[in-house]
Design a binder for this molecule. Structure first.
Ligand code: NAD
Length: 356
């Protein structure tokens, strides 16, 4: 990597924009040159943090010292800001969801291709440790080949903020959290999605979904259940997965969890029937003593580099992006299929062109 620091301007200096300033500050190859946000309060916050507040977006684009534009605005304006930056010869890092639709994203990709500049989407949750533990289990078959993956995030705070309530600004939980959970699954599972069904929830009375559940069937036999809820006062585990040799649970982002597998050394003994409710059951009785093994979660799978280090290597021509635009486009298509499945109350097929 070159010893030169690449200069970034943060467009949209809100919650995530100011967090990016911290992330960029931790990277020795990058430097925040300033920010642009139309809100006076956010300009003041930027200046208070020591970053120049540009007076207009035009001023950012015409500043030859600016190499990279980082987009952390509400979702409806990502495309326009990105296309203008690329046309002005800047590289772009764009927050998720990259755009309002796959068509918008295709325009952004075309602008990047025409300018020869890099467009990379901040799908940062590929680096989440809980996800990488599941990825490790998938790749090394710790509990045998996985056949069911349940990925959930639950909160009880409703939809946060303001624009996240507004459909025209790309609000709603499928676009907000769904994009992360779906990106993780498609990044991990090397198989085509052959069908999708879904329901979106509108419990809180917004125009946008306050949660959803989607069921994805992959060609290799894996079924994935993806669920986001903002009205869950009791949360279900972050991950619950089943493999042919066992089951695993990860409760939370602190990685509380365990795996339970069949003990191949133990002789098969029928479980003893138990009273369950007012009935009797052998099927649902706990496995007989010694027939299972409970263990700690395996270590997380490694990725070749962190997001920003990878971005620097990509703009310097030394690496392939870890977050590829073709992958992001595939997730965008899947989101559209999930919206369509919920709206039509149908199973949607033949939308994923992925070749394993
Ligand atoms: P926010 O409301 O806190 O901040 C958005 C900022 O953008 C505001 O300060 C607003 O004034 C500014 N803005 C609006 N229109 C603008 C324009 N045309 N030009 C410049 N600035 C403009 O929202 P947020 O929570 O920071 O979300 C911003 C983006 O970051 C969204 O796309 C969101 O999905 C994404 N995000 C990603 C993560 C992640 O972990 N990857 C987490 C949170 C948010």
């Amino acid at each position: 990597m070159s010893s030169k620091k690449h200069t970034i301007v943060i467009v949209g200096y809100g919650g995530m924009g100011s967090y990016h300033a911290q992330l960029i500050g931790e990277n020795e190859h990058l430097e925040v040159a300033g920010s642009f946000d139309p809100l006076r309060a956010r300009q003041e916050a930027s200046e208070a943090a020591g970053y120049k507040a540009y007076a207009s977006y035009e001023e950012v684009l015409s500043d030859p010292a600016v190499e990279v534009v980082l987009i952390a605005t509400p979702n409806d304006v990502h495309k326009e800001i990105a296309v203008r930056a690329l046309q002005a010869g800047k590289h772009v890092v764009c927050e998720k969801p990259v755009a309002m639709s796959s068509d918008e994203f295709k325009e952004m990709i075309a602008a990047a291709d025409e300018s020869g500049r890099v467009l990379m989407v901040h799908q940062n949750r590929r680096w989440d440790e809980d996800f990488r533990v599941i990825k490790q289990m998938y790749e090394t078959e710790t509990i045998g080949a996985l056949f069911q993956i349940e990925s959930r995030v639950h909160g009880a705070n409703g939809i946060p903020g303001d624009w996240r309530h507004v459909k025209e600004q790309g609000g709603g939980m499928l676009l907000d959290w769904g994009v992360h959970l779906l990106d993780q699954l498609l990044f991990m599972i090397d198989s085509k999605v052959i069908s999708v069904s879904s329901t979106l929830s509108y419990i809180l009375g917004n125009d946008v979904d306050d949660g959803f559940e989607a069921v994805l069937q992959f060609e290799n036999g894996i079924k994935a259940i993806v669920e986001v809820g903002t009205t869950n006062f009791i949360t279900l585990p972050r991950w619950y997965v089943k493999g042919i040799e066992g089951s695993a649970v990860i409760e939370d982002w602190s990685l509380n969890g365990r795996i339970v597998t069949r003990n191949s050394e133990s002789e098969h003994r029928e479980p003893t029937p138990i009273r369950a409710g007012v009935g009797l059951t052998k099927t649902m009785a706990p496995p007989s003593e010694g027939s299972t093994i409970t263990e700690a979660l395996p270590p997380a799978a490694e990725l070749p580099d962190g997001f920003y280090n990878n971005f620097v290597a990509v703009i310097e021509g030394n690496a392939e992006p870890i977050v590829k635009n073709a992958e992001v486009l595939r997730v965008q298509n899947l989101i559209e299929a999930i919206f369509a499945a919920a709206e039509k109350n149908e199973v949607i097929k033949n939308f994923d062109t992925y070749e394993a």
